[in-house]
Design a protein. Structure first.
Length: 85
């Protein structure tokens, strides 16, 4: 994985919390920040994306048309209304 350098400035209190967390987790502050940014922005590695795709494929879910899906949703809504009466 190619890395690019970025310089970040933290308040002393935030930096101290990061230092404590990095010590507990036995990782660098940089790794903590990279993980937090990736999680916050939903950035996934190619391997993570492939793993998620394989999990979906293994579910063997039935696929139907958008029209059928809409029809099922409307049926469910009508059933909910009938149950509320």
């Amino acid at each position: 994985m190619g890395l690019k350098k970025a310089t970040l400035l933290f308040d002393e209190e935030v930096y101290e919390k990061l230092r404590e967390k990095s010590s507990i987790d036995n990782v660098s502050i940089g790794e903590l920040v990279r993980e937090a940014v990736a999680a916050y922005y939903g950035i996934k590695s190619k391997e993570e994306k492939l793993e998620a795709l394989n999990k979906l494929k293994s579910m063997n879910l039935s696929v139907t048309s958008p029209e059928n899906i809409e029809e099922e949703i409307l049926k469910g809504r009508e059933a909910d209304w009938e149950n509320d009466e």
